[in-house]
Design a protein around this ligand. Structure first.
Ligand SMILES: Nc1nc2c(c(=O)[nH]1)N[C@H]1C(S)=C(S)[C@@H](COP(=O)(O)OP(=O)(O)OC[C@H]3O[C@@H](n4cnc5c(N)ncnc54)[C@H](O)[C@@H]3O)O[C@H]1N2
Ligand code: MOO
Length: 334
């Protein structure tokens, strides 16, 4: 059956509770011309005088047949099937429902599922990018169908895809409160030749995600000292994350990657296909993440550090594939 065949002419007095089949325009010369009622509007008793005043004694209404859904109901079923933890639904507006975050956290969007749903004709699932840091109220996903009425089979197909998926289409992971150890390398800072500029910036970036730099320690460009400081944070402070700044590139005095290795870390990657932040290192000392932060983290607002830190704060384990993926779309500057 085609949706048009669900049209029926009724007297306005008999239309209460029925659904308007198309927009109705009101024109008051010199004052107003526009939509008085929108297609799909459910007629209420108080609408009758207004309908009569624009010359409508009869109107076309739509009967929704078995197996068809109104756009609001379809959008709601899509939204409900898509939503995971820490997500809330808005009410429908012009046939669209928005899923919003209820917390400050990391948005996780299941891209293969989004693609599978968007390949179903007439269904629209529009999302933010996965791994976006979001605050309460941040829109994550908008759902709608294109026509006013849609066959329920399309929605069932979508619901089945969502049910069978390993992860919800959209969820928000909360940030853990990590105790972060910060080691700032560089003999110029250690010996007081210049003032440290890394500390305040890293503290702020860590605090913005609900974690805390518990202590910052300075080290000269000497591997043994850097290794000692790493072990201090690991063994004495029991830090949840260790950050080592500076000394990450190619000069003879760039000791940080070597020292992180010497401390016993398993290196996930030294080198990240993102600019700025290409000289970043990510590794693990047992299960404690350790990162080597290149100089750019001090002056660039968004680097590979800013892409990965929220994921670590959300409790995710970084693997080599996560690093590889940063290259596509990862040219921010430099
Ligand atoms: N020939 C190449 N040169 C550079 C490469 C490369 O691959 N080949 N990589 C570039 C990239 S990318 C970066 S980022 C930078 C810097 O990386 P580093 O982590 O090695 O940074 P440093 O050499 O330690 O310092 C650079 C600059 O920043 C000052 N600095 C360092 N720490 C602090 C601090 N805590 N407070 C204030 N200022 C600090 C330092 O004195 C230097 O002036 O390398 C590129 N070069
Ligand atoms: O590590 Mo560098 O950040 O690409 O500027």
């Amino acid at each position: 059956m085609r949706p048009e065949s669900m049209l029926r002419e009724v007297k306005v007095e008999d239309a209460i509770g029925l659904m308007l089949a198309h927009d109705l325009t009101q024109i008051i010369p010199g004052k107003f011309k526009g939509r008085l009622f929108t297609k799909g509007h459910k007629i209420r008793e108080e609408d009758i005088p207004a309908l009569l005043s624009i010359g409508k004694e009869h109107i076309y209404v739509m009967d929704i047949q078995e197996g068809w859904l109104h756009e609001d109901d379809a959008a709601f079923r899509m939204a409900r099937a898509a939503s995971g933890a820490n997500v809330e639904l808005t009410s429908p507006h012009e046939g669209k429902i928005t899923l919003k975050s209820t917390i400050h956290g990391l948005a996780k969007i299941h891209k293969p599922l989004v693609d599978a749903i968007n390949s179903i004709d007439q269904l629209v699932m529009s999302t933010t990018k996965t791994n976006t840091v979001v605050k309460p109220g941040h829109p994550l996903t908008g759902t709608r169908v294109i026509p006013l009425l849609v066959e329920e089979t399309s929605i069932r197909q979508m619901e089945q895809l969502a049910n069978e998926a390993s992860e919800p289409l959209v969820q928000v992971k909360p940030f853990h409160s990590l105790r972060v150890g910060l080691i700032t390398t560089g003999s110029e800072v250690f010996k007081g030749r210049i003032q440290d500029k890394f500390g305040p910036i890293v503290r702020e970036k860590v605090a913005a995600l609900g974690s805390e730099v518990i202590e910052q320690r300075l080290a000269p460009d000497e591997s043994d000292v850097i290794v000692r400081e790493i072990r201090y944070f690991l063994e004495e402070q029991k830090a949840d994350l260790i950050l080592v700044t500076g000394g990450m590139s190619v000069d003879p005095d760039d000791r940080t990657p070597g020292a992180i290795r010497q401390a016993g870390a398993r290196i996930v990657s030294y080198g990240t296909p993102m600019l700025p932040g290409s000289m970043l290192l990510v590794g693990y000392l047992d299960d404690v993440p350790i990162m080597g932060l290149p100089g750019c983290v001090m002056h660039d607002p968004y680097t590979s550090f800013d892409a990965l830190l929220p994921r670590i704060c959300a409790g995710e384990q970084i693997v080599r594939a996560d690093i590889t993926e940063l290259g596509y779309g990862g040219l921010y500057g430099c």
